[in-house]
Design a protein around this ligand. Structure first.
Ligand SMILES: [Zn+2]
Length: 265
């Protein structure tokens, strides 16, 4: 439904937005994070997507899984600061091993993940990693990289309106932008983003009182599980999180830094 007028302004908007989104940085030695807070459009998109999942997917009532998630969530929340977070942790009935975190602090865990995480530390490793993507605002980067169009609905709308686009065009644009937001949440992150999240996630884990060495064991279990399943059966989580030797080696190299912050509770 996008007309020519809209298509012709995309490159201009893309350049503008990419230039205005500084890449987040993370200093692995100090644990210092420098990232722009996600846009309110992205936070709102995350919340909407999570609500939709809660309506469409079966929510697990398994008391063991739910208790474990809340236990680990409480510890992680005490050491992770997301501006304006509306934290929510939900266990979904789904046999694929997966977990995700959306802007705004919405976290989903599949029941199929527990066979791999096994204990609190293993779960903390996965959740710490996923939440680190949110803290470092990787979704925004991913959307920018993947589509060249930002979720800056307001910005687009302002430009369109300045260019004299009619109401229909502006509505179609808003829909397109929402679709881009959804796409941004299922596409893989860059290798650099994965490495940053591995490191920051491990620091969070250590600060929350979980031995960061358990993160390495967790990723090894994930890798072994994938080999057993066969490559073609890779679920979304493993397609977006390639588990190669270099990734585990990089985490191993970072371990002494994380261990320094480990305070057993
Ligand atoms: Zn990741």
């Amino acid at each position: 439904m996008l007309n020519r007028k809209f298509v012709s302004i995309i490159p201009a908007v893309a350049v503008l937005v990419i230039a205005s989104c500084a890449v987040s940085s993370f200093d692995p030695n100090t644990g210092e994070v420098r990232a722009n807070a996600p846009s309110s459009a992205l936070v709102s998109q995350g919340g909407k997507q999570f609500d939709q999942m809660k309506r469409e997917k079966k929510i697990s009532t398994n008391p063991t899984y739910n208790a474990q998630v809340q236990r680990v969530a409480n510890r992680l929340k005490s050491v992770i600061d997301i501006p304006n977070a509306k934290w929510e942790f939900v266990v979904f009935e789904d046999s694929t091993p997966n977990a995700f975190a959306l802007p705004g602090g919405k976290v989903g865990v599949h029941t199929g993940l527990f066979q791999i995480t096994q204990d609190d530390a293993g779960l903390a490793a996965v959740l710490g990693h996923e939440i680190s993507h949110v803290v470092l605002n990787h979704s925004q980067q991913r959307i920018n990289q993947a589509t060249g169009v930002a979720v800056g609905t307001l910005l687009l709308d302002t430009i369109l309106s300045a260019k004299g686009a009619d109401k229909t065009t502006r509505a179609a644009t808003a829909t397109g932008v929402a679709a881009a937001g959804t796409m941004g949440m299922i596409l893989p992150y860059s290798r650099k983003a994965e490495l940053q999240s591995d490191q920051l996630g491990t620091l969070y884990m250590a600060r929350a009182g979980y031995d960061p060495a358990e993160a390495i064991q967790l990723w090894k279990r994930f890798s072994a599980w994938r080999i057993k399943q066969g490559e073609s059966e890779s679920p979304e989580f493993l397609r977006t999180h390639p588990l190669d030797q270099s990734r585990v080696a990089a985490l191993q190299e970072f371990l002494p830094t994380a261990q320094r912050e480990y305070k057993p509770r």
